[in-house]
Design a protein around this ligand. Structure first.
Ligand code: ADP
Ligand code: ZN
Ligand code: ZN
Length: 731
C-alpha cells in the first residue's frame, strides 16, 4: 500500500504538506525524521509530522519526497509534541516553530550524528625515527615526541600548539598519517559522578527547598523566590548533584550567557562532567556539536539561552530557569514563544521537575505559585557577605536637568568617582512613549474617561489612552498649574553618554545596550574593561541589570523612573520593580556599601513607596491584585495583533476587520485599534489591537477560528501583521 508523509515546512502557512514516499522510504521513515521535498520551484527541508495511508490530494498533484535525511527521528516524541503544542498555542505553523527549535546546520541538512574526528598518528617509518634525526627541526621533534605515546585528534594538536605546517611536512615525508575515528560516546559520568569540590553546607531554607523538590517524582513545577545572594545557585547545584548521580541530564536556561560567566564556572567547577554551553555567539557548527553532545547524553549539563530549551536530552532529569522573570525569555521575532512557559510544558511532557528561580518573580509565575499550581519555596536570608544598600529619592520637580540628570545626582556621582569607585546609570528605554507629566508640579495627565494615564505620541502630536482609546491633541499647558513645561520625551543612552563625557572628562564612560554590544564578543570585552577599572561611568539599559555583578560600583542612579511607572505598558511597573530590586541587590555586593538613587516627579507615589519600603515581594503581590481588578494578565489572557503600513488607515482597516470577526462580551474584551506606543518606525505606522479573555481555552478557540479567515482578508495585502500570544512588550 502507498504511504504518504505529512511534512512540516518552514513556511508561514499553518498546515502540513503531503508527499508520497517510495516503498523503501516508507520502511525507514518515522515521524521526527527530516526529508527534502519539492515546494514550488524550490527544494525545502522539513520534518515528518505523521505518516498516513491516504492522501486527499488528487494523485496527479501529489509530489514525491526527494530524499529522506534521517533514519532515526531527530526529535524524540516529547520534544516533537512540545513543538506541536507550542505551534498551536502561539498560533504559528509547525514549520515555523521547528525553525525556532532546530539548529541552523540541521535545517540546512547537516547530519544529526556526531561527526567523525581526524586524528594524527605516526606511521611505521615515523616510529622508526630517533630524536637525533630531527637536528634543528624542533617543532617536528615536539610533534614526534607527542605522537609517539598515542594518536591525537587534530583539534587537540592545535590546542597543544603543535605547528600545522610541520605536521603537513611530516605527513608529506611519510612519517605520520591522518585517520578518521568515529567518536566514542563517553557516558562514564552516568555510572561514576565525580565532584571536583566539596559542596557548601546548605542553610535551613536552602535545605528545605532542595528536599521539597527532591522528594517529588515526575513532573513538578516550582518557584524559588530568593533574594539576590540568598544562595539560589547553590540550591541548583545541590539539585543537580542528585539528578546527575542518577545518570540524568540537566538543562539550565539563563537570560544572557555573556552576563553570566561566573554562574557557568560554578557548574563547571563543581562536577567533572561535560557542560555544553549554547548561545547566539556560537557558529552553526559549534551549535550543532553542542546539540549532538546533549542528544547523545555525553553532555550532562546543558546551559543556554532561550532557544536552548529545545535541545534534546537522551536522559532528561531536570529543567532550571534562572532569572525566570527576565523578558529575554520571550522571543520577539518569528514565533513569539515564551521559553518559561514552554519549559513548564516540556517538563510535563518529559515528566521531570522544572525549577523557576528569581529574586523578583514574574507576576505570571507568582500567580501560579500563590494559587498552588506550582510549589513555592522562599530564600530570605543572604548567604554571602553583602550589605544592605542605602536608597534615596530625588524629587526633580522644577529642578534644572542636564540631559535628564539633576544636580543632586551629579554631585553624588562626583563624590563616588573622586573616591575611586564606579557609577552606574540606568535609562529605561522601554519608556519610549511616556506619560505626560508636568515638570513644575509633577501633575500626570489622566484620561477623562477612565482611571489611566495618557501616553504621549510625539510623532502624531497626540495623547492617547491605551485603556479606552480616547485621544486628544497634546495640550500646551498643565491642567493643574498652567505651566508650559510638559515633559513627554525620553532621553537616549547615546545622548547621555556624550553629556557625561563633557561633565566628567577625567572619568571614561562606557555604554552598554543592544546597539553597543551587537558585535560578537563586544559585550565580553566591555565587561572585562569595566572589571579592570578602565571605565568609571557605566551607562546602560535593563541589560546591565542581569545577573552580573560589579564589585566597584557604589552608586546606581535611575534616571527616568516616571517613564517606567506611568507607561502605557501595563507591565511597566512590574518591570520597574524588578529592575530596581535587581540593581539594588547588586550595588555594593562586595566590601563597599552601595547607594541607589531614583529621580522622579512623583516622590510620594504610593507604588514607589511600597517598593522601597516593603520590597519587591509585597509590591508584586499588590500589583497582582491590581491586575486582577483591571482584568489584565496573568488573570485574564491576552493576544496582541500588530499591523504596520505606510498609511495608518490601512493598518486600522485590517485591525477593524479582525475585531469584527471576534466576539464582544463581558468575558471577551477588544481594545483598539490604537497606535503602538512606538507609533512610527521606518516610515511605517504601527497600530495594534488587543483582545483579552477571561478563559484561556476560549481565547485559543477564537484565535484558531479566526486565523484562517484573517489570512483571506483583502486588507492583509496592504500591511504586515502578526499575532502575539501573551505579549510581553506592547511596543
Ligand atoms: P543567588 O544565586 O541567590 O544570587 P548564590 O548561590 O550566588 O546566590 O550565593 C551567593 C553567595 O553566597 C555565593 O558567594 C555563595 O557561594 C554563597 N553561599 C551560598 N550558599 C551558601 C551556604 N549554604 N553557605 C555559605 N555560603 C553560601
Ligand atoms: Zn481612557
Ligand atoms: Zn503642572
Amino acid at each position: 500500500m502507498e504511504k504518504f508523509a505529512e511534512v512540516a515546512l518552514p513556511v508561514p502557512m499553518r498546515q502540513n504538506f503531503s508527499y508520497r514516499l517510495t516503498s523503501q522510504q516508507a520502511i525507514d521513515a518515522k515521524p521526527g525524521c527530516r526529508v527534502r521535498v519539492p515546494f514550488g520551484r524550490q527544494q525545502l527541508i522539513g520534518i515528518i509530522a505523521a505518516i498516513t495511508d491516504h492522501c486527499n490530494l488528487p494523485t496527479t498533484q501529489i509530489k514525491s519526497v526527494t530524499s529522506l535525511l534521517d533514519l532515526e527521528p531527530l526529535l524524540a516524541p516529547p520534544l516533537l509534541q512540545l513543538i506541536e503544542r507550542g505551534a498551536r498555542y502561539y498560533l504559528a505553523s509547525l514549520g515555523q516553530m521547528l525553525t525556532q527549535a532546530l539548529p541552523t546546520a540541521l535545517r540546512k541538512g547537516a547530519s544529526s550524528d556526531a561527526n567523525t574526528e581526524i586524528y594524527y598518528q605516526l606511521t611505521a617509518a615515523g616510529q622508526a625515527l630517533k630524536d637525533t634525526d630531527f637536528k634543528r627541526a624542533t617543532s617536528q621533534l615536539k610533534i614526534w615526541q607527542t605522537l609517539s605515546t598515542d594518536k591525537l585528534a587534530k583539534e587537540q594538536c592545535q590546542a597543544l600548539g603543535l605547528s600545522a605546517p610541520s605536521l603537513k611536512t611530516m605527513e608529506q615525508k611519510g612519517w605520520l598519517e591522518t585517520i578518521e575515528v568515529a567518536p566514542i560516546e563517553d557516558l562514564s559520568w552516568r555510572d561514576n559522578l565525580i565532584l571536583l569540590e566539596t559542596p557548601l553546607h546548605l542553610n535551613t531554607e536552602q535545605a528545605v527547598a532542595v528536599a521539597a523538590i527532591n522528594s517529588r517524582t515526575g513532573f513538578y513545577p516550582s518557584l524559588i523566590e530568593g533574594i539576590t545572594g540568598s544562595g539560589k545557585t547553590e540550591v541548583y547545584l545541590s539539585l543537580l548533584e542528585k539528578v546527575l548521580a542518577a545518570g540524568k541530564q540537566a538543562l539550565i536556561l539563563v537570560p544572557e550567557i555573556g552576563l553570566t560567566p561566573q554562574t557557568i564556572d560554578r557548574f563547571r567547577s563543581r562536577f567533572k562532567v561535560h557542560v555544553a554551553v549554547i548561545h547566539s555567539g556560537l557558529t552553526d557548527n559549534q551549535r550543532l556539536h553542542a546539540w549532538q553532545k546533549s542528544r547523545s547524553g555525553e553532555a550532562a549539563i546543558i546551559i543556554g539561552t532561550r532557544s536552548a530549551l529545545f535541545t534534546p536530552m537522551r536522559y532528561p532529569g531536570i529543567i532550571i530557569l534562572d532569572e525566570e522573570h527576565d523578558s529575554s525569555f520571550k522571543q520577539q521575532e518569528g514565533v513569539g514563544y515564551h521559553a518559561r512557559d514552554l519549559a513548564v510544558m516540556r517538563a510535563q511532557l518529559e515528566q521531570i521537575p522544572v525549577v523557576l528561580g528569581s529574586a523578583t518573580p514574574s507576576l505570571e509565575t507568582l500567580n501560579n505559585a500563590l494559587s498552588g499550581r506550582y510549589g513555592h519555596l522562599s530564600l530570605n536570608e543572604r548567604a554571602g557577605k553583602a550589605k544592605k544598600v542605602r536608597q534615596g529619592i530625588i524629587d526633580i520637580r522644577n529642578q534644572p536637568l542636564n540631559c535628564g540628570m539633576s544636580s543632586a545626582l551629579i554631585n553624588e556621582m562626583r563624590l563616588h568617582l573622586d573616591a575611586g569607585n564606579q557609577v552606574l546609570l540606568f535609562l529605561n528605554r522601554r519608556g519610549f512613549a511616556p506619560a505626560l507629566i508636568c515638570h513644575e508640579c509633577g501633575h500626570l495627565h489622566e484620561c477623562d474617561r477612565c482611571d489611566a494615564f495618557f501616553t504621549v505620541h510625539q510623532a502624531l502630536n497626540e495623547i492617547c489612552c491605551h485603556h479606552c482609546g480616547n485621544q486628544h491633541p497634546i495640550p500646551k499647558q498643565c491642567h493643574q498649574c498652567g505651566s508650559t513645561m510638559l515633559a513627554g520625551q525620553g532621553i537616549g543612552t547615546e545622548q547621555l553618554e556624550q553629556t557625561l563625557a563633557g561633565l566628567f572628562p577625567q572619568y571614561p564612560v562606557v555604554r552598554i545596550d543592544r546597539d553597543s554590544t551587537r558585535l560578537k564578543g563586544s559585550l565580553e570585552r566591555h565587561l572585562g574593561a569595566i572589571h579592570r577599572g578602565e571605565f568609571k561611568i557605566l551607562v546602560g539599559t535593563q541589560m546591565l541589570a542581569k545577573g552580573h555583578h560589579f564589585p566597584d560600583v557604589t552608586l546606581v542612579g535611575l534616571l527616568d523612573v516616571d517613564g517606567a511607572l506611568f507607561s502605557a505598558d501595563f507591565r511597566a511597573p512590574e518591570r520597574f520593580g524588578q529592575l530596581y530590586t535587581q540593581v539594588a541587590g547588586r550595588a555594593g555586593r562586595a566590601a563597599k556599601p552601595g547607594t541607589v538613587l531614583l529621580q522622579t516627579h512623583q516622590h510620594d507615589n504610593p507604588l514607589l513607596k511600597e517598593l522601597l519600603h516593603k520590597g519587591y515581594g509585597d509590591f508584586a503581590r499588590q500589583q497582582l491584585q491590581e491586575r486582577a481588578m483591571a482584568l489584565l494578565p496573568p488573570v485574564w489572557h491576552m493576544v496582541l495583533v500588530r499591523a504596520e503600513a505606510h498609511r495608518a488607515e490601512d493598518a486600522d482597516a485590517l485591525l477593524n476587520a479582525i475585531a469584527n470577526l471576534l466576539p464582544h462580551d463581558r468575558e471577551f474584551e477588544i481594545i483598539g485599534p490604537l497606535p503602538a506606543p512606538l507609533d512610527r518606525k521606518a516610515g511605517k505606522f504601527r497600530r495594534q489591537l488587543m483582545f483579552q479573555a477571561k478563559d484561556r481555552q476560549r481565547l485559543q478557540r477564537e484565535c484558531e477560528r479566526i486565523l484562517p479567515l484573517v489570512t483571506h482578508l483583502p486588507e492583509t495585502k496592504r500591511c504586515r501583521w502578526s499575532f502575539d500570544r501573551d505579549p510581553q512588550d506592547l511596543l
